[in-house]
Design a binder for this molecule. Structure first.
Ligand SMILES: Cc1ncc(COP(=O)(O)O)c(C=O)c1O
Length: 393
């Protein structure tokens, strides 16, 4: 198996278009595909021959992206979706029935939490949350006959808490319950959950995989016997498929994923160290810092890089935080992450506003917490900008 830096560039097979020799896979902007004759149509419809029918079922550009991300995650198959939320929704619809139980790590991205709550209210699915930092220690005591999915996010959005994937996977295997990991923050450059024993990986490809803040996209990676039939059922009928143009944007982004993740990680480490020593900062949450409570686990499962997102609390709480958000010049005050540009936001009132005050407290999302997605700008410029903004508090 080639190294990950080669794999992000070259993918599982040549992209070359056999018809024209185009070096890059074409964007097949077509809704439908023409059959040679009725016999050909019958063969493609019956699955006897590989072919394309309609872009809601499959599309060559999207299919190449699915193969590529599955190859990077060391999964058998991939299923691309219109957004990260569409990936989660499709996976939950596939794996869960009313009365089933999900055990999830806490905190989760606000949208994921809200989606699980929706499944709870509408379809009678029970959800138990265990704090990420003690997830594998408490997991077994929550498992019963109705548990059909273990779902974790690591590093967690927005606290950067870490779940031990390998230890969690050992327990999930012991009970035969699928383990799904949201790998959005780390990407396959830094962490490959399937190699550590997970069954499914989901991504918001809106973030690092596309990397340039110009598209929404999602993917589920996992066993072919689960995902391939979904293409012709859950995904085809729920309809949350990825457009070929957006698939192209993600493919383009992935070419530079390895170099970007290295730069994001280097920059975030420098910014985290600066904030850690700053007198106006109360706390910094970044798994690369030696005093992060699960730094040793992060070191073990994250390839020595810790990605580009960090959170911090400034002294003076929410009001001081507001002042900082309005004083920085380089990071944009915006949700999302994993962009080339630094983005800064306030989770309690933005990305995690789906949590009530009580739930925020339980999930460890402090009202004064600020999340910074460190871009690939010059780290010294970012530090100077933050220093100047902090001096205004
Ligand atoms: C960890 C995580 N998972 C999933 C999602 C949802 O992805 P999307 O916005 O592409 O639907 C997000 C979005 O912020 C996220 O941060």
């Amino acid at each position: 198996m080639k190294k990950i830096d080669t794999r992000v560039v070259h993918g599982p097979r040549h992209e070359h278009d056999p018809l024209t020799g185009a070096h890059r896979i074409p964007i097949y902007l077509t809704s439908t595909f023409v059959f040679k004759d009725t016999k050909h149509a019958e063969r493609v419809f019956s699955g006897e021959e590989h072919g394309f029918i309609y872009s809601r079922r499959s599309n060559p550009t999207v299919e190449y992206l699915e193969e590529k991300v599955a190859y990077l995650e060391r999964a058998e198959a991939g299923l691309a979706t219109a957004s990260g939320m569409a990936a989660l929704n499709s996976l939950f619809v596939k794996l869960l029935r009313s009365g089933d139980r999900v055990i999830a790590s806490s905190p989760l991205y606000g949208g994921t939490y809200a989606l699980l709550e929706l499944f709870k209210d509408r379809f009678g699915i029970l959800v138990d949350y265990i704090p990420a930092t003690e997830f594998h220690l408490k997991l077994e005591s929550f498992i019963d006959d109705r548990t059909k999915l273990i779902y974790i996010e690591t590093p967690a959005n927005p606290t950067l808490d870490i779940v031990d994937i390998e230890k969690t996977a050992k327990i999930s295997k012991k009970y035969g319950i699928p383990l799904a990991v949201d790998n959005t923050f780390a990407t396959p450059i830094i962490q490959r959950p399937i190699e550590l024993g997970a069954d499914f990986v989901v991504h918001s490809m809106t973030k690092y995989l596309s990397g340039h803040g110009d598209t929404l996209a999602g993917i589920i990676c996992g066993p072919a016997d689960v995902l391939k039939p979904m293409k012709n059922k859950e995904l085809r009928f729920l309809g949350g498929i990825l457009s070929p143009f957006n698939a192209y944007l993600v493919l383009r982004g992935i070419k530079t994923l390895a170099v970007r993740m290295r730069k994001h990680s280097e920059n975030a480490m420098k910014v985290a160290e600066f904030l850690h020593d700053h007198p106006k900062v109360e706390k910094v949450m970044y798994p690369g810092l030696p005093d992060h409570p699960l730094h040793e686990v992060a070191k073990k499962q994250m390839n020595g890089m810790y990605s580009g997102v960090l959170s911090f609390i400034v002294k003076g709480g929410r009001e001081a935080g507001r002042k900082l958000l309005e004083s920085v010049e380089i990071p944009s005050l915006a949700v999302s992450l994993g962009d080339t540009d630094s983005l800064i936001e306030h989770p309690a009132s933005m990305t995690h506003a789906t949590y009530s005050e009580e739930e925020l407290r339980k999930a460890g999302i402090h009202g004064g917490l600020i999340r910074l997605s460190v871009g690939i700008e010059d780290a010294e410029d970012l530090i100077q900008d933050l220093d100047r903004a902090l001096s205004k508090i």
